[in-house]
Design a protein around this ligand. Structure first.
Ligand code: ARG
Length: 588
């Protein structure tokens, strides 16, 4: 179905036309002065030049045509030529009732669904997940869910960092500790054991130990670099160890992401695309896109009009090793070949912006990516501590994701127990659900590109612009609806009435924005606008709730109308938080 702004714009177009003004000027937007009006149209100002008339004259003419339109309870022209509108209660009620019976609450699917790949998460295998990876996972997941809701085919790819120096380090450390293993025996021809020679706990200890040791000992570091080289060039025993590292780590990663309600379709990584590199390099040389620069193979990507220097894309180091640029180019090649995406969205730390600019330009210039594919870099800012510096543990180390989640859950548990509405056992599971909302909403409510301050106290509060506040509102509505059903009321076939009170009108207007908001969130890849919306909607609901007798309303028609409205508001809120990637508990 149409969004409410579309519905109103169509009426406005008719009025513009009958006033002799081109309909293309008749765009209606939400009011930015809600104290004066609900919707506004600035088209008269824009049309003044073409019409050779003063904007207010045009606005007056249009408003006159609107007087007979039943969609508006008020349409006035104000200087210098704005048209201020208030929607008729009947229009809003009709719109909401239609939403309530429509699939996806009336959100239209893309007419031509796209294949969209989202590259997010990006953990580095065998290194601990840290909070830097958290933002990518949370934002990417929400963008994925929203794009899917709009009817696109969306492929979520975790794109693991699984082919680097960390693997050489782990292999080197393992050889130091267990030289008797067959993986290190040059003459070993048999099958390698099926079981990994380490557990995830051991692996988690091995990497930091090896990494610290290598920093202090040149010989060890050289060995690790050489092990990386041998692995990348197919040394059998190392490949077998690599497979073990992958299996053990991926199992653990899956657990971590599951905890975050984050789900990937593809568990691919840098290693998967190594096979594309030789062919790609040959092509780049043959078609003379690449040149040698001090022994390294590079592709120039500087363009006319660049204000800053954009260094060349690095394809091969002078020793022949592939780099981060190379892997990302090869990944694009693979994506073109296997999935033919219309769009690839990268949700990565904004400090990697230059890397992606180079890769995108190189991919276009060399035909690795065709005309069709739109490449988008969605850079996010840093999560800082209260001191304004990148978030650390109390001891000053990098905060691991697991610990962060535990900290939030514990804080949430305390707060839920303080409320004393649920048993201890239920409080534990509820704390997990609400904790995740606190974490995700705390992140997503900020514009992704901005840095933000991670504040456990604020994020876990039941008041203010927080995840728990939104969930609390949903739980409140659920409890009213449950009570109503316990009193033998049915939720089927109820009709939302024309709003009469101010708070009721405000609530219905917020609810009617849903489709417009979702479209904007989708088009702009802007989950923070989803958060801003549900905060407004929750506020509108709570004001209405405090001013209105709902279940005790004596007029039955009215009472049932309220219930119908509550049911819709609940569905909107639940849909929105699902698109953000979290859910509401039954009680809290
Ligand atoms: N593993 C990388 C990191 O931790 C992020 C990967 C981002 N995605 C990509 N296609 N390069 O920085």
């Amino acid at each position: 179905m149409k969004t409410i702004l579309e519905v109103i714009t169509i009426e406005m177009q008719k009025a513009f036309e009958s006033a002799g003004v081109d309909a293309s000027f008749a765009k209606v937007t939400l009011s930015n002065r809600p104290d004066l009006c609900e919707y506004q149209c600035n088209g008269a100002l824009a049309a003044a030049k073409t019409c050779k008339k003063a904007p207010i004259v045009i606005a007056n003419a249009v408003v006159e045509k609107l007087q007979s339109c039943r969609y508006f309870s008020e349409a006035v022209a104000v200087n210098p030529g704005f048209i201020n509108l208030k929607a008729a209660p009947s229009l809003v009620a009709k719109y909401l009732n239609q939403m309530a019976v429509s699939e996806n609450l009336g959100v239209e699917k893309e007419e031509k669904p796209k294949t969209i790949m989202i590259d997010y998460g990006g953990p580095n295998v065998a290194k601990p997940l840290h909070v830097g990876h958290l933002r990518s996972a949370i934002i990417g997941e929400s963008i994925k869910r929203t794009a899917r809701f709009k009817g696109n085919k969306v492929i979520a790819d975790i794109h693991m960092g699984d082919w680097g120096y960390q693997m050489g380090l782990i292999i080197t450390e393992l050889e130091k500790r267990q030289p008797e293993l067959p993986y290190f025996d040059e003459n070993y021809k048999g099958e390698y054991p099926e079981r990994a020679p380490f557990t995830i706990e051991e692996l988690e200890e091995i990497y930091p130990t090896a990494s610290a040791y290598a920093r202090e000992h040149d010989e060890y570091r050289e060995k690790a670099l050489y092990a990386t080289y041998l692995l990348q060039n197919g040394k059998r025993g190392y490949r077998a160890l690599w497979s073990h590292i992958m299996k053990v780590s991926v199992r653990d990663l899956k657990k971590n992401y599951e905890q975050l309600n984050v789900e990937f379709d593809l568990w691919k990584g840098e290693a998967d695309v190594q096979k594309y590199i030789p062919g790609m390099v040959a092509m780049l040389k043959e078609k003379e896109y690449a040149r040698y620069d001090e022994g390294a193979l590079v592709v120039d990507v500087q363009e006319e009009g660049d204000k800053k220097e954009v260094p060349p894309c690095m394809i091969l180091k002078s020793d022949g090793a592939a780099l981060y640029d190379t892997t990302d180019l090869a990944t694009l090649l693979e994506r073109e070949e296997l999935y033919k995406p219309d769009e690839v969205i990268y949700v990565v730390d904004k400090r990697q912006e230059l890397h992606f600019l180079q890769v995108f330009r190189c991919a276009r210039k060399t035909g690795i990516v065709g005309e069709r594919a739109n490449l988008k870099f969605l850079g996010f800012g840093t999560m800082n501590g209260k001191d304004g510096k990148p978030f650390k543990t109390r001891e000053g180390g990098i905060m691991r994701l697991e610990n962060l989640i535990r900290e939030i859950d514990e804080e949430m548990y305390k707060k839920i127990m303080d409320n004393r509405t649920v048993s201890e056992e239920e409080a534990l599971s509820t704390a997990k659900i609400v904790g995740l909302a606190a974490l995700k909403y705390g992140d997503l409510s900020n514009q992704a590109s901005k840095d933000y301050v991670f504040d456990v106290d604020r994020f876990t509060s039941f008041e203010g612009n927080t995840g728990p506040y939104i969930l609390y509102t949903i739980v409140r509505i659920k409890s009213i609806l449950n009570k109503y059903q316990e009193m033998n009321g049915t939720l089927d076939g109820l009709v939302i009435l024309e709003p009469s009170g101010d708070f009721e009108k405000a609530l219905t207007l917020e609810a009617a924005k849903f489709n417009d908001v979702i479209d904007t969130v989708y088009e702009e890849s802007a989950p923070h606008k989803n958060c801003a919306y549900i905060y407004d909607l929750a506020n509108a609901f709570n004001k209405f709730y405090h001013e209105t007798k709902i279940l005790t309303e004596e007029d039955e028609t009215k009472r049932l109308g309220y219930i119908a409205l509550l049911k819709l508001v609940k569905e909107i809120l639940e849909t929105c938080i699902d698109l953000l990637g979290f859910e509401a508990p039954e009680r809290m």
